[in-house]
Structure formats: C-alpha cells, structure tokens
Design a protein. Structure first.
Length: 465
C-alpha cells in the first residue's frame, strides 16, 4: 500500500489530498481545503494571493505527512498564469490573475500584427485573450521582462517553493500558445517574432520527471517531488475513465468546461483554426484536442452576485429551481467575452438575450436553466467540430470533475447531444495526479491500466438521451 500526496489548485479553491493505491483500487482523502480568491489592488489590478496559497499548501502537506508515510508529492493547477522571478529567485512582479484586464485588446493587436496562422500553425492553441502569450506581451510592455527574470508557471512555481528547482512541465507549457506542439519544445521562431526575450523562458520537462526533493520545509524535507500532468485538465483527462479514446468525448467540468478528445498528434489544420480548437499536450505523449467552454464560472458568479445583494442561494438549491422550469426558449453563448471578467452576470445575460431577440429570463430558476441549456448546446457544437476535424464519430461522453455531480446538466447534455453520458468521478484531477505518481513509482504500468483502475474504483452514473 502506497500513499501519494496531491496538491490540486483551482482558480476558486485548492486542496491537498492523499491518494492510496491498495488491492488494485484507488482511494483518496482530502486533508486540507482552502479558498483561492483573487485580490483587487487600489489601482484595480486583479492578483493571486501567492503568499497565502503557499502557506495553505505547506500546512496541508505537513498534515498529510503526519498522518501518512508518503511516497511522493505532485502538483497540478489551472493554466496560463505564472509568477516572475528575478536573478535572485525573488518574485519580481505582481502575480496577476488571468481575469485581470491588462490583456484587454492585446490578442486582437497580436492577431492583426502577425496573423492568426502565425500564432496557430505550430502552437495549435485556442485564441483566448488571457493566454500566457498575451500576458507576457503585456508584461513586456510594462517593463517586467528585464534581463535575469524568468517566468515560471504556477505548478512549477510551487515545485520551486518546495525544491528550489526551476523548469516548466510540458502539458501546462502547451497552454501558453508559445510551444510547438509537434516538437514539444518552445517555439523560438514565434517567440522571436513577438519580441519576447528568450532568456525569460525556463527549461522544459515532461510528466513523470522527478523534479527533486523537498528542502527547507521541516518535516517534509526529503520527500520526492515528481511531475504529473501539471495542468489540472491534463491530470483530469489522465484520471478520466476512458475506455475507447477513438469514440469517447471527455468533458472536464468545473469553472471551465473542457470539451475534447484524445489524439496522438496535433491537428492544426485551417478548419481546426476556424473552429478555434486547442491542441494541449497530455501525459504519455498524448494530445488533448479540445475547446474551452465557460463552465460553472457564470453560475458561481451568479451565486456570488445574489449573495452580495442579500439574496443568498446554494448551488444545489439553484439546480432545483432550474429543474422546475418547464420550458426555456433562451440560448446564449457562454463563451461570449462579456463573461470573462467577474460581476454583473444577470445584467449581461439579459443584454445578450435582448440583443438576440430572445426572452429575458427573470427568475433565478429561469436564469440558471438558460445557462445550463446554453452550456449543453455549446457542448453539442464543439463535439460536431471535433468530429469534423478528426473524422471520428463519437458515441459516448465521459464527464468528470465537480460539474459531473450536476444531474440536470448531465441529462440536458445527453438529451441535446443525443449521446449516452457517464458522470464521474468528481475527483478525476486528483486521481490523475495520484495515478501518474503511482506510474512513476512503478505501481501502475500504463495510462490504460490507470483508467481501468479508476473505472473499477468508483461508481459512475449513466444518462441516456
């Protein structure tokens, strides 16, 4: 029996867990949960509280080490964000949230200056205004990319805090829109065209790399730190109970809904670029061809907005209200840029409904039903695009992550797409993190074996159209 510590940091909360492999089954215990809320500065910047996050991670790991004999530890986080270190390995600039408005308009200028094909043909990454490339352009223009500075993506920054080692894991590096997804190396030609200093880019490593051992952390010192799919979606897909990748779609459902399929080589065709599909790298040499759809973000912002107005409601209560809505005639685009920044979601939904000549949802239940059905229609559209560019016909959807517990959204998705859907496990990201550590430790042989173990370890719920 082996125990593996997993740090899983999301854009709204984080946790430290311990996963256990015993008798061919995986289980886990959440040791420590903590919130992750961006902080607003007096000048309007939106930053991550990096000092707070590191303190919570350390506290969770210390608790885990007291309760279990740990084999190793690994980290995954959301994509695109980074810290900037100077030559003394000190933080050299604010740790911006990807929802900060400093990148507003940067993507459009880059596309106009260099062309969509230049930015897409080698990277194969979906055009999103907060991609790391546009953050780095903004940082360059702000004078932050000075000689001696290095940008370190968040999971690798946590590894640095633990081990003192600096390098970037490949699955997360691919989300920057600065990596050649075919060679799995930095796209130096594109980096040069964008006038980004080559010196700020760290070395790369693949999942399964042994990063180092913990130092200067007391009881944790000597614990081995290994690389897994450090982009949380890469870990979620690794831990998804896929049985036949050629015919199955995955949806990693959380703050974002990542709708995609697993392929062996990137697809950067003109049609893929037209559909704005993304080729993010996966573990074991795989590629995750997918599209980011704004998932539970809009719902969580609605809940926050109502609470701020003294009208609190829980997510489960909102689902119950949405179920009572017998018919919904309003479908909006959950990926509309209006939804990128926090706040005023009720107003924005009403605006989009009015602009498209649809009925404006009034009650909480009607608003939620509109969002859930809009998400399901968005999933259907993405699946059709994936079928066209891959020449595949998908037969089943595998939903994992927190959103997999939403039976209403699951049933709407099955009905609207016409595909059978299985939901669960909720904690696929943790399982992918732990499972890859077990592969490094030699206790699981292959990715396929890991997914079989996941299917056998957790009950999955089926929804038919």
């Amino acid at each position: 029996m082996s125990h593996f510590a997993a740090i899983d940091l999301g854009a709204s909360s984080g946790r430290v867990a311990v996963g256990t492999l015993s008798d061919g089954k995986l289980s886990f215990e959440i040791i420590h949960r903590f919130p992750n809320k961006p902080i607003s500065t007096t000048d309007g910047a939106l930053l991550w509280d990096w000092e707070f996050l590191n303190g919570e991670i350390r506290s969770g790991l210390e608790s885990a080490a007291k309760r279990y004999t740990l084999t190793s530890v690994a980290v995954d986080t959301w994509a695109v964000d980074y810290i900037l270190l100077n030559s003394n390995k000190e933080i050299a600039a604010p740790t911006y949230s990807y929802r900060d408005d400093r990148t507003d308009g940067v993507m459009e200028i880059a596309i106009e200056s260099f062309g969509r094909e230049t930015l897409y043909s080698t990277t194969g990454i979906q055009f999103l205004p907060f991609n790391t490339v546009y953050q780095l352009i903004a940082a360059r223009d702000a004078g932050e990319l000075t000689p001696g500075n290095t940008f370190v993506m968040l999971p690798d920054a946590i590894n640095f805090e633990l081990t003192g080692s600096i390098s970037t894991e490949i699955t997360n590096a691919s989300t920057t829109q600065l990596l050649d997804t075919k060679t799995r190396k930095w796209d130096w030609d594109l980096i040069s065209k964008l006038n980004l200093p080559k010196e700020v880019f760290p070395e790369l490593h693949e999942a399964r790399t042994k990063v180092g051992t913990v130092r200067n952390h007391g009881v944790l010192d000597g614990l081995e730190v290994v690389a897994v799919g450090s982009h949380d979606t890469a870990s979620a897909v690794a831990g998804a109970p896929l049985e036949d990748s050629d015919t199955e779609i995955y949806i990693s459902s959380g703050t974002w809904s990542l709708v995609g399929c697993e392929i062996d080589t990137p697809i950067t065709s003109a049609k893929a670029m037209e559909f704005n599909l993304t080729n993010e790298l996966g573990v074991e040499g795989k590629v995750r061809l997918l599209k980011n759809v704004s998932g539970m973000w809009v719902i969580s912002e609605l809940l926050r907005e109502w609470a701020a107005n003294g009208d609190s409601i829980t997510a489960s209560e909102l689902v119950k209200l949405a179920k009572k809505v017998e018919s919904n005639t309003t479908i909006i685009d959950p990926n509309n840029p209006l939804f990128i920044h926090p706040g005023k979601m009720v107003e924005r939904i009403a605006y989009l409904a009015t602009q498209s000549g649809q009925q404006v949802p009034q009650t909480k239940g009607e608003i939620a039903r509109c969002i859930y059905e809009s998400l399901a229609h968005s999933y259907k559209k993405v699946i059709a695009q994936l079928e066209e560019v891959t020449n595949r016909k998908f037969k089943k959807i595998r939903v994992v992550g927190g959103g997999s517990a939403n039976d209403l959204l699951n049933q709407l998705t099955a009905t609207i797409t016409g595909l059978e859907l299985t939901a669960g496990p909720v904690e696929a990201t943790l399982l992918g993190n732990v499972g890859m550590q077990a592969i490094v430790a030699g206790e699981i042989g292959t990715l396929s074996e890991l997914r079989t173990i996941v299917r056998n370890s957790f009950e999955l719920k089926t929804f038919k159209p």
